[in-house]
Design a protein around this ligand. Structure first.
Ligand code: FAD
Length: 796
């Protein structure tokens, strides 16, 4: 199904010289036995947008192909049996507001009126959705296929790809039993065989199939009664706490479950002989979910079970698809790991076709980008994460909840020391990162509201503002750039002015359309080349872009340092005194200014010292060899004792950067925003000599009045819950924007939200409110930073 969607979109956008190769009959993977359910709602608004697109597309392909998709738009109810789940549903409705997704919060009684099979006493409330339903998986696949053919694309059935060989000119040879095809681009839409197709190209993709079961009942009189009374089909239902989904199937019902006792299918490789078979059902595995289901939907207790379907389908470690160009392999694309094909397949096809043809997916597809997993996502990691993800498919993930599977995978040399100090870790791109330091007997209690860490994170943040704090920064991505061509290459790649030796600058990186594709700190290390520091989770994503633009003549050597370069940072008014105590180098204010960078000795170890701090305070980043990190840490902690040095984690750092309204990659800075919209235009040097990527688009945008949105900072009248991200921003009675991130700025005692609003209203002093957990909270535009607005501490 996904392959057919990709083919359709390629042909629709003009690449009619595309061919889909299918080893068997169409639908011969997961597709033919799918339950065919589809939903617009998704926790990630960008994925929700693509899901909405997918569902809207079905009418189009039906009309073009003349092939019915069996589309039934029944609407649906999503049910909450606990207050925490109800809070989650409220946040989903709020996110849907600015996407134009029609959904509303209703009582359990109203849910019962809409879907009479449920027992309202089992639920505290529900969300009603309009664009939900189900379709015929086979009809839909053939509708895509016929529509693609009509547009001029080709489909070869019973043509298995046996081998993929890349030619010297980067084109591909696809070897099949029927002959050979030479292609500029290959898309892996292998579904259940995505791993095998990946291996043909020398890649191990992080996907794994899980067994999945649903049951179909005999005809039920209750269903007939609803059909007769309403003249409609029974509405869809998702019962999160029962981990179930339900819909009508002919005169009976279909009930599927994501059971806790889940089972991996074909752990290492998918047999080529597998086709239109089903797996043996195991009712014991799903019995606990069914028990809840039969209680929540009592009519099932009287229904006979006609059949149980058990089939495999694939997941990536986080449950989102793997889409896009695979880093390091020219002309090789992924459209696999699509676990909710009927909700997401259309959006995946459109994004990929845009990307292949126009060089950009045209949407914010970070959540699906194949580059979010690097080589660290091993087979065993994938196995552990996919099982966790499957078992938690309908579980709540609280904003302060870190998932335990496959950890620790990567640790820095400081891990044990920080753990001994109470560090509570989160995992970012596989690396354990300290979030906060819990006093003995305290740990995170998962909640939508301020939780057990609130006081301690506050104390960590205040320790920085009042004295000095130390944070480990190894989790940032660090790239070394050297060679005779390094300066000129960076000058063209980055939009900033190049720093002189021993100096640094903030460095936005733009796409050709003038939108952001990265934001870094760029340090000129003189004879040592350049150091770029950026977002850790985006390391493979950025490496893909760098490699695509690297000169072919070998004049630039580029390396992602990963754990090969470790980091520590100290910040706060006493930071300089602590540093002076551990180095002979002159780090006095006149000798070592803001944005200076130099190699010095800290204790007995050589390190790079950079005067910059994401806390917005007087501070230093120290980059060192992993073998020296413990030594430097001990030296700083021991010298800092007299100044009350305190360890702080990523949560306190977040609180501190909010006081300066500093944005971060993947939140405020994403590939849909221009530097002008994101407030980074002051770092874009349009007057520099080099014709950098995106320059023309930036100039055009400036001439046009500068984009659509503006990033703004708000102080929010919050009570016991702060924004998390993606909440709607209201101006008067209109939803006009969205929150990108926020939290509590402890040292200032203010709840902060950063978000985008239309530029026409961006200067309004009043009328703002932000919806948190279903309640609108008054917000005030924060024109100046809450902390150190004139930069005296930062630069002093
Ligand atoms: C029991 C069950 C219920 C489900 N219910 C739903 C649901 O309600 N809603 C929903 O959205 N999703 C559901 N799914 C998931 C859905 O089935 C998948 O998201 C979808 O089918 C994925 O489609 P695909 O095209 O990526 O993969 P596949 O269907 O596996 O297709 C891959 C195709 O590639 C072909 N192929 C592989 N290797 C080669 C090769 N080397 N050469 C040529 N051809 C090759 C295969 O023959 C196959 O036809 C369900 C899945 C199961 C198992």
């Amino acid at each position: 199904m996904v392959g057919c969607s990709v083919l359709y979109h390629l042909a629709k956008l003009g690449w009619t010289d595309s061919v889909l190769l299918e080893r068997d009959e169409l639908t011969s993977g997961s597709t033919w036995h799918a339950a065919g359910g589809m939903h617009t709602i998704n926790g990630d608004p960008n994925v929700a947008k693509l899901q909405k697109y997918t569902i809207d597309l079905y009418r189009e392909i039906e009309a073009l192909s003349g092939q019915p998709t069996g589309l039934h738009l029944t609407g649906g109810v999503m049910l909450a049996a606990t207050e925490a789940r109800f809070d989650w549903l409220k946040s989903i409705v709020a996110k849907g507001r600015y996407l134009g997704i029609e959904a509303r919060i209703i009582t359990a009684q109203r849910a019962h009126e809409l879907m009479p099979l449920l027992d309202p006493s089992c639920f505290v409330g529900a969300l009603e959705t309009v664009v939900d339903g189900h379709l015929d998986p086979s009809g839909t696949t053939h509708a895509y296929a016929k529509a693609a053919r009509k547009l001029g694309a080709t489909i070869e059935r019973f043509t298995k790809v046996e081998e993929l060989i890349q030619n010297a000119d980067r084109s591909w040879r696809l070897i099949t039993a029927k002959g050979e095809i030479r292609a500029d681009h290959v898309v892996n839409a292998g579904g259940l065989w995505a791993r095998e197709v990946g291996r043909m190209a020398g890649r191990e993709h992080p996907v794994l199939a899980m067994e999945h079961m649903y049951l179909i009942t005999e005809d039920m009189p209750e269903v007939a009664a609803i059909n007769q009374a309403t003249g409609k089909e029974v509405m869809h239902a998702i019962d999160f706490d029962g981990e179930l989904y339900l819909r009508q199937e002919r005169g009976g019902m279909l009930m599927g479950t994501y059971e806790k006792a889940c089972k991996v299918w074909s752990e290492h490789e998918t047999p080529w002989s597998f086709g239109h078979e089903l797996l043996t059902p195991d009712i014991d595995r799903i019995a606990p979910s069914l028990e809840v289901g039969f209680r929540h939907f009592p009519a099932f207790q009287r229904a006979g079970i006609k059949k149980i379907i058990n089939g495999p389908f694939t997941f990536a470690p986080d449950g989102n698809p793997l889409v896009g160009p695979v880093p390091g392999l020219a002309g090789y694309w992924c459209a696999c790991g699509v676990m909710a094909g009927f909700s997401q397949g259309g959006g995946v096809g459109l994004a990929l076709a845009n990307w292949m043809i126009h060089g950009d997916p045209g949407f914010d597809v970070w959540a699906m980008d194949v580059a979010r997993f690097g080589s660290w996502a091993s087979k065993a990691y994938t196995n552990a994460k996919v099982r966790e993800n499957y078992a938690r498919r309908f579980s709540i993930r609280f904003p302060n909840e870190e998932l335990p599977a496959a950890r620790p995978l990567k640790t820095s040399p400081l891990y044990d020391r920080l753990k001994a100090q109470g560090a509570q870790f989160g995992a970012a791109a596989g690396l354990e990162v300290p979030l906060w330091y819990a006093p003995p007997g305290t740990r995170d209690e998962f909640s939508w509201r301020r939780s057990t860490d609130f006081q301690t994170v506050g104390a960590e943040a205040r320790a920085v503002r009042d004295g000095v704090g130390l944070i480990e920064t190894t989790g940032f991505a660090k790239y070394g750039v050297r060679g005779t061509g390094a300066h000129d290459w960076l000058d063209r790649l980055l939009a900033c002015r190049m720093p002189s030796p021993a100096r640094m600058t903030l460095a936005p990186m733009l796409k050709h359309d003038g939108r952001l594709i990265g934001d870094f700190t760029l340090a000129n290390l003189g004879a040592e080349g350049f150091l770029l520091v950026g977002s850790g989770v985006a390391e493979d994503y950025h490496m893909r872009w760098f490699m695509q633009h690297l000169p072919k003549n070998g004049s630039v050597q580029l390396a992602a340092h990963g754990l090969g370069l470790c980091g520590l940072a100290i910040a706060g008014p006493q930071a300089r005194k602590v540093l002076s105590a551990v180095t002979k180098a002159d780090v006095s204010a006149p000798a070592f200014k803001f944005m200076d960078v130099r190699r010095i000795e800290v204790g007995m170890a050589s390190a790079l010292l950079a005067r910059v701090s994401y806390t917005g305070d007087l501070g230093y980043e120290i980059w060192c060899d992993p073998a020296n990190q413990v030594h430097i840490f001990d030296a700083l902690m021991s010298a800092g004792a007299e100044f009350g040095i305190r360890l702080f984690g990523a949560r306190a750092l977040n609180s501190l950067r909010l006081e300066k309204a500093y944005g971060s990659w993947a939140r405020e800075y994403r590939p849909i925003y221009s530097p002008l919209e994101a407030g980074l235009d002051r770092f874009v040097a349009c007057d520099k000599y080099a014709d950098f990527i995106g320059k023309r688009a930036v100039l055009r945008e400036k001439a046009d009045g500068g984009g659509r949105m503006r990033l703004r900072c708000f102080a929010v009248d919050a009570e016991d819950a702060d924004v998390i991200g993606d909440e709607p921003i209201w101006q008067g009675e209109t939803v006009c924007g969205w929150v990108t991130s926020g939290g509590y700025a402890h040292a200032s005692g203010v709840s902060v939200a950063l978000g985008y609003v239309p530029k026409e209203t961006a200067e309004s002093d009043s009328g703002w409110s932000i919806e948190i957990l279903g309640r609108r909270r008054t917000a005030r535009l924060q024109r100046r930073a809450l902390f150190d607005p004139d930069g005296k501490r930062l630069q002093g």
